[in-house]
Design a protein around this ligand. Structure first.
Ligand SMILES: [Mg+2]
Length: 236
């Protein structure tokens, strides 16, 4: 089957955004005088819940607090975007080159994420350059779905937007929830574990790599119009 599109998760896959998210949550909590501070271990645990607003609600439940999670999450998103625009984040190794390769080889690009739309646009424009969000034929985010990953809804929407079958696409994920969502719709999935997902169970992944840079070292990989989508020596 010919690969016609690359579908990317955002957080942890395009960039190690979770540390920036964590810092933005903590600043938003501080601004509201909540006295909450999420450290790495706590945040790793909360990441099992997809969606920032849902994480705030879960933590509030644990500590027995009643908070306006919508307002806190809105402010957290603003802080995150301010920091992205200030240049506080870079793409993971190989991501920019892979996107460049796709654009030069008639491969469509898409985003399938459960993060907020402003986060996605800000990250793309800050790292790939102004106007780069227009390179993506479909960008589906947390606002577009009823159920977040591991539910496959966001991937179904992207496939419908592209008018492609799952077998014509390759998904890139960094977490178990993302992998489950992608596999549920039958997508071949490359997993590049991130700081916070390194201990996840990646059983079922079609390819497990440290970074997508490894893909680019094989010039036969991902050629449009070719069945060859696997590089030699990989765990495909
Ligand atoms: Mg992710």
């Amino acid at each position: 089957m010919t690969i016609r599109a690359l579908l990317f998760d955002v957080d942890g896959t395009l960039a190690e955004t979770e540390e920036l998210h964590r810092g933005a949550f903590n600043t938003a909590f501080m601004e509201r005088g909540l006295g909450w501070k999420w450290d790495r271990d706590l945040y790793r645990d909360l990441l099992r819940i997809t969606g920032g607003r849902e994480r705030i609600l879960e933590y509030a439940r644990r500590v027995g607090a009643h908070v306006d999670a919508v307002a806190i999450h809105r402010r957290k998103t603003e802080i995150y975007n301010e920091r992205i625009q200030a240049g506080s984040i870079t793409l993971r190794p190989g991501v920019a080159a892979l996107i460049d390769h796709a654009r030069g080889n008639d491969l469509a690009l898409a985003i399938a994420t459960t993060t907020s739309r402003p986060n996605v646009t800000a990250l793309l424009e800050a790292t790939l350059g102004p106007g780069s969000s227009g390179w993506f034929a479909s960008i589906r985010t947390g606002e577009d779905v009823e159920a977040k990953k591991p539910d496959p809804e966001v991937y179904r929407l992207v496939l419908a937007d592209l008018g492609l079958e799952a077998g014509e696409c390759l998904a890139f994920e960094d977490s178990r929830n993302g992998l489950l969502a992608a596999k549920e719709v039958g997508l071949r999935t490359v997993v590049t574990p991130s700081i916070y997902s390194a201990d996840d169970d990646f059983g079922g992944a079609d390819l497990l790599l440290d970074t997508v840079e490894d893909l680019l070292n094989d010039r036969d990989f991902l050629q449009s119009g070719s069945d060859k989508i696997v590089l030699s020596g990989s765990r495909w």
